[in-house]
Design a protein. Structure first.
Length: 558
């Protein structure tokens, strides 16, 4: 017997009759839609993607395992792990909940499909029941991703810390799953109560500051409870088990409040997320950044942070300086946080594992992408420079000084963070030689990424190249900016190598810094002459094709 739509009783206040749709109807419609979607999937391609993803994941885990080694830490190192690791993991928990809070205040963390927003949420269906299945599916994915990441981290920890791999992987998976649940719970709660953005940002900052205070001072933070669960192989902390019911209770409350979601925020988020996914599919990094800023509602200030007493000379330089001075606070704080993360990673790369330098390079790459905003604006609005009596390459080069000055300031900040970690004369010398090349190389990598994506309306190189060469070109364009960022952190690795050979670390850092600055200079030259290089390359390809056609015609004629 099927459930039929029922008509509710007329309201005693004279309201119009409403039709309540049974939840079973919605479940059947979603089941039919899922069945149709699965029918169009190429299973061979899906299995190949899963195989490729699994292979890459295994390769990354094996690489990290070999880089970390299997030598157990010393007694002092083990004491530091017991003392600092729970609070450090607590910072991860606080950051995850902060992200959830900020996402929930903007209508997230759910990103529904357009049909769900347009038809389901506007239908006479209980909104909480309509959103329960998508929320449960998203939470399930967050738990799975967190558990896998935590298990991998536990496996890596078992190679250096006392205990076997199974307890470490199990405790890491439990902690990772709880972190995923905490992030989703915070997002659902903020969305359910419609938390204002400034309140969510304030709470997020307080959570992170509280967990950082637990790491650097005698301040207890509840976020460290999940950290104690992750370190169970080193000793059981029974009170940390309270984190499990607390996190689950927060998730239940958050999902119970999903009926209060704002339709306007949900529709806006749905449209932006759909465009964002498409931009990621076509590897359009600039569009990804623009859509992400729209998604988090990151807007430039209407007025600069401070007024310049003397206006800079030069139209381009003045516009770029004013644009940098209008950066929102959230972007400046994000760049500072990423710079601090890079400083910590480079400290770890110098003293322990060189693989941490890759983490620093990726963090600085994100800093560089934010810093080259003046160049990105020029690329996005290329037609505005048509009236300037300058070559295109000269105009683009004039947009590089302002980001260079901004990155110089963050290089000073990152150097101070690194020196606060290790206050020695040797560290000061290495920091002074490596901080600026690392940030400028990150800016160079970002400039390559942004300028390399500029459209070419008159020609298409991919049509002139063989498919195999065109594929290699696309891969090179995606990988080369990150390679340039990795070159920027080579001074720290060169200092590490010099120290291991018994030489002065500053000498090795100086050699690495010279190489990084040469790459930065070559990047500026490439930005200047890239149009000429493209024109020459296209001409060569056309001449080659014409010569090939001429020879083919001669052979046919003979």
């Amino acid at each position: 017997m099927t459930d039929e739509p029922t008509t509710s009783e007329p309201s005693t206040h004279g309201e119009a009759d409403t039709i309540a749709v049974s939840p079973k109807v919605l479940r059947d419609l979603r089941h039919d839609r899922r069945r149709r979607r699965l029918a169009g999937i190429e299973w061979f391609e899906a299995l190949y993607r899963a195989y490729l993803t699994g292979g890459i994941g295994i390769l990354v885990v094996l690489t990290l395992s070999s880089a970390l080694g299997n030598h157990e830490v010393s007694a002092d190192g083990l004491a530091d792990v017991r003392r600092l690791a729970p609070a450090a993991i607590g910072i991860v928990v606080a950051v995850a909940m902060a992200i959830g809070l900020r996402s929930g205040s903007r209508g997230g963390p759910l990103a529904l499909e357009k049909a769900e927003v347009r038809f389901v949420l506007l239908a006479p269906v209980d909104r909480r029941q309509a959103l329960f299945v998508p929320a449960l599916r998203q939470t399930r994915f967050a738990v799975f991703a967190g558990a896998v990441t935590g298990a991998i981290a536990g496996q890596l920890a078992s190679r250096r810390l006392p205990g076997t791999i199974v307890p470490w992987a199990a405790s890491g998976a439990l902690a990772g799953a709880l972190i995923g649940i905490a992030a989703m719970a915070a997002g659902y709660l903020a969305c359910g109560v419609r938390l204002p953005r400034w309140v969510a940002t304030t709470l997020a900052g307080l959570f992170v500051a509280w967990s950082v205070a637990d790491l650097v001072g005698p301040v207890w933070s509840p976020f460290a409870a999940i950290g104690h669960l992750a370190l169970w192989p080193l000793g059981l902390t029974w009170w940390a088990l309270l984190a499990i019911p607390v996190v689950i209770a927060l998730l239940i409350i958050g999902m119970a409040l999903l009926g209060n979601v704002s339709l306007e925020s949900a529709e806006r988020r749905t449209a932006l997320v759909g465009q964002l996914r498409f931009a990621v599919t076509v590897r359009d990094l600039r569009t990804v950044m623009v859509l992400r800023r729209q998604l988090i509602q990151e807007q430039h200030r209407t007025r600069p942070w401070f007024q310049l007493r003397r206006h800079p000379r030069g139209t381009i330089w003045r516009r770029d300086v004013h644009g940098v001075l209008r950066f929102p606070l959230v972007r400046l704080v994000r760049m500072a946080a990423l710079t601090a993360i890079a400083a910590v990673a480079l400290h770890y790369a110098y003293h322990s594992s060189p693989v941490a330098a890759i983490v620093a390079a990726l963090a600085l790459y994100l800093v560089g992408l934010d810093a080259v905003e003046p160049l990105s604006q020029e690329i996005d609005q290329a037609d505005r420079a048509d009236g300037i009596p300058m070559e295109r390459g000269v105009v683009l080069v004039h947009h590089l000084p302002a980001p260079a000055v901004l990155l110089f300031g963050y290089a000073v900040f990152g150097g101070l963070v690194a020196f606060a970690i290790e206050r020695t004369a040797t560290a000061a010398g290495v920091i002074a030689l490596s901080a600026l090349p690392a940030l400028w190389a990150a800016g160079a990598g970002a400039a390559i990424s942004v300028a390399g994506e500029e459209s070419e309306p008159t020609s298409n190189t991919n049509q002139l190249l063989p498919p195999e060469v065109a594929g290699m070109r696309i891969m090179f364009r995606a990988v080369w900016p990150i390679v340039v960022c990795c070159i920027g952190v080579l001074p720290v690795l060169a200092a590490r190598g010099a120290h291991s050979r018994g030489q002065a670390p500053a000498a090795g850092a100086a050699q690495g810094a010279m190489g990084a600055l040469v790459v930065v200079a070559l990047t500026a030259v490439w930005v200047r002459y890239r149009e000429d290089i493209k024109a020459w390359w296209h001409q060569m390809l056309r001449e080659g094709q014409e010569e090939s056609k001429r020879r083919s015609a001669q052979r046919t004629g003979t």
